[in-house]
Design a protein around this ligand. Structure first.
Ligand SMILES: Nc1nc2c(ncn2[C@@H]2O[C@H](COP(=O)(O)OP(=O)(O)OP(=O)(O)O)[C@@H](O)[C@H]2O)c(=O)[nH]1
Ligand SMILES: [Mg+2]
Length: 320
């Protein structure tokens, strides 16, 4: 079904939740109308503070997000939440727990909460997430939080979509530190050691400090990621987390890092859109048989993979 984009965009900018939901569905379904949506929305985006939260399954990302949401709502801010599951091909389902945990906010008109899976479409989450963030941003959210499960490369990518990336750990979850080793350490602007009511929180902090020392940037203007201890389920430490997020925001603006990060992020987004378009074109070439034909030629020894790739890219350039 085609949507009246101008009308949807106008209603979304008025803060109508159903219009916002509809626009995000266009992203999820990789609708051809997205081009028009993004052209209409981009002038109104760029005001929201985008916070990424990542960490191993069960560390308390949703509980923390929900607590932050409550804190931001108290100060009158409009808040969007995207719960992104890189491993889930479906929307909903796997993230039902999040819905329950965020239920208390469900009837608040200053809040949008949305779960997103990759649905296995081309480009995946690195393609879809920034567009969904832009919709929430243009719809007037002051803060957009993106929750992703820390399971691998995908969360590093999604984390890089945020202005500020929060990495959560919890005591007794050695794999949390393991995940930190796998590259997320460079992406972290803030650490949260959640479940501080459990034994071993201080041990986790010590381990983390050891890991951080290995990647520490000692230049005088560099940001030093703080470690915040929280009990998200009772709200303890959440005020400290809000303060640390504000500090990081101020540093981002003053150091000029915010602008640089945003430009880098948009470059990634443009690349993801272009690569997706190129892949689609390759798939469409000669009714989708060109790649198969080339592969057959390589198998038969008539050509080599490089020459075949050249032919493929030549064909893409030729197609409109
Ligand atoms: N004891 C304790 N439990 C907590 C705390 N924070 C969250 N929990 C509990 O830990 C469990 C997992 O919390 P979630 O917020 O769903 O964790 P998550 O990281 O979003 O989980 P996934 O999205 O499944 O990766 C829930 O049962 C929470 O109630 C805490 O500070 N202390
Ligand atoms: Mg969660």
């Amino acid at each position: 079904m085609t949507a009246d984009v101008a009308d949807l965009v106008a209603r979304a900018r008025d803060g109508e939740p159903r219009a916002v939901a509809r626009l995000i569905s266009l992203v999820e379904n990789a609708s051809p109308q997205l081009r028009e949506v993004m052209a209409a929305l981009t002038p109104y985006a760029g005001n929201a503070v985008v916070i990424g939260l990542t960490g191993s399954p069960g560390v308390g990302k949703s509980t923390t997000t929900s607590a932050l949401l409550a804190a931001y709502r108290k100060s009158g801010k409009r808040v969007g939440v995207l719960a992104v599951d890189p491993s889930s091909p479906f929307t909903g389902g796997a993230l039902l727990g999040d819905r329950v945990r965020m239920q208390e906010h469900a009837t608040d008109s200053g809040v949008y909460i949305r779960s997103m899976g990759s649905r296995g479409h081309l480009g995946g989450l690195s393609w879809a997430t920034p567009q969904a963030v832009r919709i929430l941003d243009a719809a007037g959210c002051d803060v957009v939080m993106v929750e992703t499960v820390g399971v691998g490369q995908a969360e590093v990518e999604v984390a890089s979509l945020a202005d500020t990336t929060v990495v959560l750990l919890a005591p007794g979850m050695g794999d949390g530190i393991q995940a930190a080793k796998a590259g997320i350490l460079e992406a972290a602007d803030l650490y949260v050691v959640n479940k501080a009511d459990r034994d071993g929180a201080d041990h986790t902090i010590r381990d983390l400090r050891g890991m951080m020392a290995l990647v520490e940037d000692r230049s005088p203007d560099a940001w030093q990621p703080p470690i915040i201890k929280t009990i998200a389920s009772s709200g303890e430490g959440i005020a400290d987390l809000v303060a640390a997020l504000d500090d990081h925001r101020a540093w981002l603006v003053e150091s000029g890092t915010l602008e640089k990060r945003r430009a880098a992020r948009i470059a990634d987004e443009i690349e993801a859109i272009a690569v997706t378009a190129l892949r689609e074109q390759m798939g469409d070439l000669r009714g989708g048989t060109l790649l198969d034909d080339l592969a057959a030629n390589v198998v038969a020894g008539d050509t080599d993979p490089y020459a075949a790739a050249d032919e493929l890219t030549r064909s893409v350039k030729k197609s409109p």
